[in-house]
Design a protein around this ligand. Structure first.
Ligand code: CS2
Length: 494
């Protein structure tokens, strides 16, 4: 990653805090008096722009919950933040850009090179919470449980004391605690998956049972896996952000993060060994996470993926640009208001139309350059949780599914076009997807069944004849997947 800020500027770190311009918010507590109580797996931008900010709000009152942030797969965040004492800037992209320096991360580790340090933190009794943002693919799931054929799972089960994946780390830490007679930590998933805590719990238990049945029994009895729903639009860091932060801070931050001003975190109150008072930092504690999850995945993420695939086929670059394309914005709004919101099993008192309206406004935020290709990544993991549930419900109720199939068909065309242009897909199923994409002819009759045979994505819907038919119609409507054909399909759907 390039760093465009002039090297002559001093680096952001504890020493530099006192001389930041007054308008830049900074930790309202003495960082040296905080203690690490949370280990976070997956130290990417979303964690640093979301959960770490909630924790930052709490540390003044409760200094026991500072964060040790662990990257599992790359050293970038550690290398950027270690010289900065874990500090970084958060830019809130509203009418004006507001900058805030976040101090909640006291330690940054790269697991592959610092395994002992990570395992020591996980075994530290002061650590009472392990949180995760490892994205959908980090859970190594197949169907309703752990994918025992996944290379990461195979590798970690062969040497559980030297894990590489998130599940392997969680279990290695719990195993050390179990052996030492210590209290376990609570494991809180902050990923965009329906029933994230339930899925994680099943995966952890299945993995632990292969290693040690007594350990699995203990985890089953003693460890809590609360569900949570997280929301805040967080575009990837770019050079423009680094330059803006350097200019406003007067010092250099190698890896600032940015997000919209809006953030939501809904958490199930199921913690065994104490918890931070997240509600004091604005989180919602609720016993209906499933309702919030469904609402967010179906009314925010599904439209996001719709904009991403149809927008990419139209040659557009960002979400705001896609929302400025009237036929595409109109289609997305009709999809949300007509085909998703009215049928949503939402939390009590939830106004799905008002929620949809607020999301459309967030998508239009002109201060955010959220690249469609960022959202288009990992389609094989996202399409099922975002769109196929709504489609399954509509099929069960006998409602039409053609409009809901258009974004799914757009994903297939996107895969085909990338594969045929020789562009690598960012997706854990890239080898299988690209092979189908390369062989595809553009004819719905041959292409759609080839994609539908991907059980990891489409089962059990693939055996539904009405779904297969609607997907073929939508795929054919998008023609060759070029901009002109997509324009025609959007016009025809109006
Ligand atoms: C987006 C999400 O990249 C994507 O797939 O749909 O990251 C989205 O921005 C967040 O879920 C918003 O909370």
């Amino acid at each position: 990653m390039t760093d465009p800020a002039p090297a002559a500027l001093p680096r952001l770190n504890d020493l530099a805090l006192a001389s930041l311009p007054a308008r830049v918010a900074r930790p309202a507590y003495d960082r040296s008096r905080t203690r690490i109580g949370i280990v976070h797996l997956g130290a990417g931008a979303f964690h640093r722009a979301h959960q770490a900010v909630y924790v930052d709000e709490l540390l003044a009152d409760d200094p026991d919950w500072a964060i040790c942030a662990v990257s599992l797969h790359s050293p970038g965040v550690r290398d950027a933040l270690r010289p900065q004492d874990g500090l970084y800037a958060l830019a809130l992209l509203g009418e004006e850009t507001e900058l805030r320096v976040i101090g909640a991360i006291r330690e940054v580790l790269f697991a592959r090179e610092q395994r002992e340090a990570v395992l020591a933190r996980l075994a530290d009794p002061a650590v009472r919470l392990v949180t995760l943002t490892i994205t959908e693919k980090g859970y190594c799931l197949a169907g309703d449980g752990l994918d025992f054929a996944h290379p990461e799972v195979v590798r970690d089960l062969a040497q559980p004391e030297a894990p590489s994946g998130a599940i392997g780390h969680i279990v290695a830490g719990l195993r050390a605690r179990h052996r030492q007679g210590l209290e376990p930590y609570t494991v809180l998933s902050c990923d965009n998956l329906a029933d994230n805590g339930g899925k994680l719990r099943r995966a952890v238990l299945q993995y632990a049972r292969r290693i040690d049945a007594a350990l699995a029994d203990w985890i089953e009895r003693e460890v809590a896996f609360p569900r949570s729903m997280v929301d805040s639009i967080t575009p990837a860091t770019d050079d423009a952000l680094r330059e803006c932060v350097a200019a406003q801070l007067g010092c250099r931050d190698a890896w600032p993060v940015q997000r919209e001003p809006y953030a939501q975190w809904v958490i199930e109150d199921d913690f065994r060994n104490g918890r931070p008072a997240f509600e004091r930092a604005g989180a919602t504690i609720s016993d209906d996470i499933a309702g919030y999850d469904r609402a967010k995945l179906r009314l925010l993420n599904a439209p996001h993926s719709t904009l991403a695939y149809l927008g990419a086929l139209l040659g557009l670059e960002t979400v705001a640009e896609a929302m400025a394309h009237p036929p595409l914005a109109g289609f997305v709004e009709r999809l949300m208001r007509g085909h998703i919101a009215p049928h949503l099993a939402a939390p009590r008192g939830f106004d799905a139309q008002a929620y949809a309206g607020a999301i459309l406004l967030r998508f239009r935020n002109p201060a955010i350059r959220h690249r469609l290709l960022q959202i288009a990544q990992d389609g094989s993991q996202k399409i099922p949780v975002r769109l196929l549930g709504t489609i399954a419900d509509a099929l069960a109720a006998g409602r039409p599914v053609e409009p809901l199939c258009l974004p799914v068909a757009a994903w297939l065309h996107f895969v085909r076009r990338q594969a045929q242009a020789g562009i690598a897909l960012a997706d854990p199923l890239a080898p299988a997807l690209s092979a189908i994409g390369r062989a595809a002819t553009g004819e719905a009759a041959g292409d759609v069944p080839a994609f539908l045979a991907l059980d990891a994505v489409f089962a059990p819907l693939s055996s539904d004849a009405r779904f297969a038919q609607a997907l073929r119609i939508a795929y054919a409507a998008l023609g060759d997947g070029g901009a002109a054909a997509v324009e025609r399909a959007l016009a025809a759907s109006a």
